[in-house]
Design a protein around this ligand. Structure first.
Ligand SMILES: [Zn+2]
Length: 316
């Protein structure tokens, strides 16, 4: 009887712990889509034709996706046919990627300590769930509410992998290697931003600028603009142009323009946003309050005014 009581007590306790894990607290990492992907890849050898290949990817990978992985597929609009094309285009790269995805558990420890540091410095920081899936090279990380959706084929790239099958900007970006911690930290800041989105240049530049600025400040204790040589050399003239366009919703000259911009480096809006965030933060003595404002999308116009940022034009 006593043994039964102890047992049932243990079961009850166990049940409570499980309940908390399954329903009480969100999952920290979702990695179940990765083994399904490789199972599908291994099964492609059984395909007799392209239709078979597409059906294999569909049934073994896409149809078995986690709920988070499904969001990733929907946002990027990936299809089984695109996976088949991508796998046949970059076979060597996918071989080296497999080695990287087998080590995902080891990155989780690194990400846990990153989230801990961000949480200690950012008021009301909520640790997001991170889902690692594999896509077709149309984006490394994105977010859906409090979930970060990682395209591991980009996010896990490091400079030692085989990039011989790639050309152009994709080759340049991947072969430089992706800093997974910085990428996840950036996306995790997007998960903290609140109030309605506004599609103006100022709003998007500050959303992206904040997502670069806060991790640089908190994780690295410095804002490293050394890679922004062009932007630094042209900061004053970029600002003169940027300030007249803050209400525009045409982002072509400033953001997400890697494949279209011709006359200057892509994504200069990240730099402009970060400079404004940095100026605002440096001016405020109450740093916690400054961080809270940086995460509030409804405050961006006053943030710009209060930053005092004027393009660092003196002496240029
Ligand atoms: Zn971003």
């Amino acid at each position: 009887m006593k043994i039964l009581f102890v047992l049932s007590g243990a079961l009850l306790l166990c049940g409570l712990v499980l309940a908390k894990t399954f329903w009480g607290t969100p999952k920290a990492y979702v990695t179940s889509d990765i083994p399904h992907f490789w199972e599908a890849v291994d099964s492609l050898k059984n395909a007799r034709n392209r239709a078979d290949s597409i059906a294999i990817i569909q049934t073994l990978y896409l149809d078995r996706m986690s709920s988070e992985g499904k969001k990733f597929i929907n946002i990027r609009e990936y299809t089984a046919a695109e996976y088949v094309r991508t796998l046949y285009k970059y076979p060597n790269y996918f071989k080296t990627l497999r080695v990287k995805t087998n080590k995902i558990a080891s990155y989780q420890t690194l990400l846990d300590s990153t989230f801990k540091k961000l949480k200690s410095a950012i008021p009301d920081y909520e640790t997001p769930t991170v889902c690692f899936a594999i896509g077709c090279f149309r984006g490394g990380g994105t977010t859906k509410k409090d979930v970060i959706l990682m395209g591991s084929e980009i996010a896990l790239a490091d400079s030692a992998m085989d990039f011989s099958e790639f050309k152009g900007n994709l080759r340049t970006t991947l072969s430089a290697g992706i800093n997974l911690v910085d990428l996840v930290a950036h996306e995790s800041i997007h998960c903290q931003q609140h109030h309605a989105r506004n599609r103006s240049l100022l709003s998007i530049a500050l959303q992206e600028g904040t997502a670069n600025f806060l991790p640089a400040l908190i994780l690295h204790n410095k804002i490293d603009v050394s890679k922004d040589q062009y932007a630094l050399a042209h900061e004053c003239e970029l600002w003169q142009e940027f300030k007249n366009q803050v209400d525009n919703d045409n982002l072509d000259q400033w953001l997400f323009n890697t494949s279209t911009i011709k006359n200057r480096p892509p994504d200069l809006g990240y730099f402009m946003g970060m400079r404004i965030c940095e100026a605002y933060y440096n001016r405020h003595t109450n740093k916690a309050e400054a961080i809270t404002t940086l995460l509030d999308r409804s405050k961006y116009m006053e943030l710009l005014e209060q930053s005092g940022y004027k393009g660092n034009c003196a002496g240029k």
